[in-house]
Design a protein around this ligand. Structure first.
Ligand code: ZN
Length: 284
């Protein structure tokens, strides 16, 4: 199955956003006051050419991503801690057309979560079925969502996603899952921690799984170190999620791909599983 990584522009985040100061009671504050930044990171969306229809995983940011957001009051600090670099041509719609893919042919849009760098392209897919976890939708919508930093005011007014409750039973190290395709080869698993209702997309291939992790970890290295980030609401959930992904990768060869790691696209291209790296660390 062809899986295309598409970076909708780039983002820098502060170092304490990338690597959370776990022992500090101010873990969630440091990312906003820190003045040291990462290099430019990608903002990957993925397009899966599935026999049952095109599947888009996350829709990236729009070209106006740096426009000032006045509400809630802490958003200018968030913006200062995560500047974007994107042109209109780099939005997901034009990028798909460059690859010869028509956004109108997309059947499913799966959102790993609803942070602003993952949900900026809904307007390209008005005909698609949008899929979000029920927990994420409930955290992200309404005034509560706005106060939590979700930019729900910019979503299409008629956005009416299918809400996932993960009712299809366990999948390896995950207690719950939800299958998307009739063929049973695209599966969603709950990966909370970075956001309360975060999910990951697992694609079954002949020899391995491809695990599209969104922001469940910012990189494979941070996954293997079970390193929490500086913005996810729950340290415990972040750790539990990473541990489950590691357990999965020990059981089945798993190509681990995140939203903000250039090397992930390389691993996807060569289908390089994480399994070998766990073995090298002597964990299996
Ligand atoms: Zn995020």
């Amino acid at each position: 199955m062809k899986i295309h990584p598409i970076s909708t522009g780039r983002v820098k985040i502060t170092k304490s956003w990338l690597i959370g100061q776990e022992d500090s009671p101010f873990r969630l504050l440091h990312p906003l006051t820190d003045r040291t930044f990462t290099d430019w990171l990608p903002i990957f969306c993925f397009v899966i050419e599935h026999p049952e229809g095109l599947i888009v995983v996350d829709t990236g940011i729009p070209a106006n991503a740096n426009d000032r957001i006045y509400f809630p009051p802490f958003m200018p600090l968030v913006q200062r801690a995560a500047p974007f670099d994107i042109t209109e041509q780099e939005e997901i719609g034009p990028k798909m057309r460059e690859l010869g893919l028509d956004p109108a042919d997309v059947r499913w849009v799966i959102q790993t979560h609803l942070h602003q760098d993952h949900e900026g392209g809904f307007h390209y897919f008005p005909q698609a079925e949008v899929i979000v976890s029920r927990t994420e939708w409930s955290a992200a919508t309404g005034l509560k969502g706005r106060m939590g930093g979700y930019l729900n005011y910019r979503w299409p007014k008629d956005l009416d996603p299918t809400l996932v409750d993960f009712e299809d039973g366990p999948f390896h190290s995950f207690d719950q899952s939800q299958t998307v395709t009739a063929a049973g080869d695209v599966i969603l698993v709950p990966t909370p921690g970075h956001s309360s209702g975060h999910l990951s997309v697992v694609i079954k291939e002949d020899k391995q799984l491809v695990f599209l992790a969104g922001d469940a970890a910012y990189s494979q290295e941070l996954l293997l170190a079970n390193q929490v980030d500086g913005v996810g609401p729950s340290v415990e959930d972040q750790r539990d999620t990473k541990q489950r992904i590691i357990e999965l990768a020990k059981t089945v060869p798993t190509v681990f791909v995140t939203s903000h790691e250039w090397a992930g696209a390389e691993r996807l291209k060569t289908r390089q599983p994480v399994h070998a790296e766990i073995a090298m660390q002597g964990q299996v």
